[in-house]
Design a protein around this ligand. Structure first.
Ligand code: SAM
Length: 238
């Protein structure tokens, strides 16, 4: 029943879906399962589960963060487009950049963005550690976000270099959220941030816990970060 309740669940959080937006989510679901037959995009394919665990879950970011007053967003390791594309559907004014190191997933996203007729979405193939050294991307974004890519200390090093001063990095986490927040204290400080807040939310049907951890950038990230590709994961800033 999640698909049926999806618009009401969002309405309760102040997000009102138009017919066009409901249709975009439907097309997203269809393309996801169709492409998932030829490449590994997600283990969740049952329609109600996709609506709850991918679409609704991605949008929990918008319960914690004001996307109406956000301009440029970067999503690191978006895979099949989560969380940034459900957010883009609901907040069409956003300019979204997606970085993913797997070319096949970028190919799927090109097809998806075109089918959903989303403008101002840029898809970048590469590793966050390398792309963050590019002047066109470093410290250029109001908000960086990521879901299910790495533990928080690693994710902080991958995401914060993209955020401009006074911008926000938002990490989307499961039940381990508060433990990971503590683990990332050092990374937060070394990358030039301070903790802003943490927000918790349960999935409406499945009831599992989610955490949205937000840090604010208060000074530029030192040039030595991110370290070279692979190092943040091998030697996390703990
Ligand atoms: N964020 C999506 C979600 O929540 O469903 C996808 C999660 S998937 C488990 C992790 C994705 O991050 C993969 O698509 C992978 O290619 C990408 N990834 C992992 N490390 C990366 C890095 N250093 N730079 C860019 N992409 C990365």
């Amino acid at each position: 029943m999640s698909k049926l309740h999806f618009p009401d669940w969002l309405q309760q959080e102040g997000i009102h879906l138009s017919e066009k937006q409901e249709q975009q989510f439907q097309t997203y679901y269809q393309l996801l399962v169709e492409w998932n037959k030829k490449m590994n995009l997600t283990s969740i394919t049952e329609e109600d589960e996709v609506y709850e665990k991918h679409f609704y879950d991605s949008l929990t970011a918008a319960f914690a963060h004001d996307f109406l007053n956000t301009g440029k967003v970067i999503d690191i390791g978006a895979g099949a487009g989560f969380p940034s594309l459900p957010i883009k559907i609901c907040y069409p004014h956003l300019a979204i950049v997606i970085v993913d190191s797997l070319k096949k997933r970028i190919t799927f996203l090109e097809e998806l963005v075109s089918a959903l007729q989303l403008d101002h979405v840029q898809l970048v193939h590469g590793r966050a550690e390398d792309i963050a050294r590019d002047k066109g991307h470093r410290e250029q974004y109001d908000t960086a976000l990521a879901r299910a890519v790495a533990r928080m200390p690693v994710l902080t090093e991958l995401c914060v270099p993209f955020v401009k001063k006074d911008g926000i990095f938002l990490g989307m986490k499961g039940a381990s959220g508060l433990v990971e927040k503590k683990e990332a204290d050092k990374a937060c400080q070394q990358l030039g941030c301070e903790w802003l807040d943490s927000f918790t939310q349960k999935l409406p049907n499945e009831n599992s816990e989610r955490y949205i951890l937000r840090m604010k950038k208060i000074k530029p990230t030192p040039k030595s970060y991110p370290r070279k590709a692979g190092t943040p994961a091998k030697k996390p800033l703990l």
